[in-house]
Ligand binder design. Structure first.
Ligand code: CP3
Length: 350
């Protein structure tokens, strides 16, 4: 059950959740991918001496870090502070998040036995997630909390490569050359992702985002055959809870329609795709995006002119959630994001 939003009419009617359901809104809602984190001095301070993965398992830290950008910017939604590899860590996969590098997996996956050795996730693996979400829902009041998980392809890439990768060559070699292992791995990860999202929704998250950050690495045909069915299984399970589902990836201009067909209510559009084209491609679904994240480094007027163009293009969709076209770049000046948030909310007021 979408516990938080059904028990709270004002939350249910918030601009973010209305846009996600393709209903008319008083203003275009705005939040930023990776809004909680490295660009905020208050984040760097609270994280001093605590590793990334440890911070994700401490509910009081998760609540505080998730709240920081909400307080600072007045954004229309909070994104749960965690990481896409956290559920793997929780079931016992030996991995770490190395500062400046990203997730690193001790023993990369290549065989059916490797896949079979990864346990399925149950709520008992992540009591700290339930506690953090419940704490947040209390603090957030009428501001929605977005839960999230990594999509099967993107998480598989870290498991197969053993760390971050540009070409995803080993991952795709497994997909091409060992379809049985690939299928087993993608089923395993999709089960973990769905169970992890269910825990967050059960505890009170009122929307979810499935991050398939690296899905742009595959062709349309390979996406359709080897990736989409697995993401679709996750999205279908979450659909049963009734909360809106956002689905986002980078460099996904050629597969946006297929990402929508995987079962999303809202398709995140990366900054490379003109938003007007994105709206066309996802035909009939709401969109999220898509200001180029580097525009925060331009003069404010230039950034706001481009934001206005994004708002105009988004108005053609049945629902539009304003966002950057990928995550906040760590060196971003928080004051620029504050100006951008205020501008989007005022400029789009109806
Ligand atoms: O504000 C938010 O969006 C909430 C938190 C969040 C984090 N990771 C925290 C984090 C979210 C939504 C993610 C998702 C995530 N993690 C994705 C999908 C989103 C995207 O950017 O495409 C991916 C691909 C990852 C994997 C990952 N984890 C990367 C690429 C990195 C960065 C490595 C680096 O330091 O350059 C991480 C680590 C990570 N996740 C950090 C944070 C705040 C930085 C670690 C730190 O602060 O010590």
């Amino acid at each position: 059950m979408p516990a938080a939003s059904t028990n709270n009419p004002e939350l249910y009617e918030s601009p973010f959740l209305k846009a996600a359901r393709s209903e008319p809104v008083p203003h275009t809602p705005v939040w930023f991918m990776r809004q909680a984190g490295r660009s905020l001095p208050e984040y760097l301070k609270i994280r001093e001496g605590v590793t990334m993965l440890d911070s994700c398992t401490r509910p009081e830290l998760v609540v505080e870090i998730t709240m920081q950008p909400v307080r600072r910017y007045g954004v229309d939604a909070a994104i749960f502070f965690s990481d896409i590899v956290l559920p793997l860590k929780a079931v016992g996969v030996d991995l770490d998040i190395v500062p400046g590098v990203g997730p690193v997996v001790a023993r990369p996956v290549s065989t059916l036995a490797d896949v079979a050795a990864i346990p399925d996730l149950t709520p008992d693996h992540v009591p700290f997630i339930t506690e953090a979400v419940q704490g947040l829902v209390g603090e957030l009041g009428n501001t929605p909390l977005i839960g999230f998980a990594g999509a099967p392809f993107t998480v598989a890439s870290y498991l197969v490569e053993g760390g971050p990768s540009k070409e995803h060559a080993r991952t795709k070699a497994l997909m091409f050359g060992a379809p049985d292992v690939w299928d087993a791995l993608m089923r395993k990860i999709s089960g973990i992702a769905a169970a992890y999202l269910e825990v967050q929704v059960e505890a009170g998250a009122s929307a979810v985002q499935l991050f398939d950050s690296w899905a742009g690495a595959v062709t349309r045909e390979d996406y359709r055959t080897h990736v989409q069915p697995h993401s679709a299984r996750v999205l279908e399970r979450i659909g049963e809870t009734g909360v809106p589902r956002i689905h986002f990836g980078v460099g996904t201009g050629e597969i946006l329609d297929l990402m929508g067909e995987a079962g999303a209510d809202v398709v995140g559009v990366d900054w490379r795709v003109p938003l007007s084209a994105g709206v066309e491609r996802v035909g009939g679904r709401a969109v999220q995006g898509n200001l180029d994240p580097t525009l925060v480094f331009a003069p404010t007027e230039v950034m706001l002119d481009r934001a206005r163009a994004v708002l105009e293009a988004g108005a053609a969709a049945p629902g539009h959630i304003f966002n950057l076209g990928h995550g906040v770049i760590p060196s971003t000046d928080p004051d620029q994001l504050a100006r951008l948030t205020h501008f989007v909310q005022e400029e789009s007021r109806r």
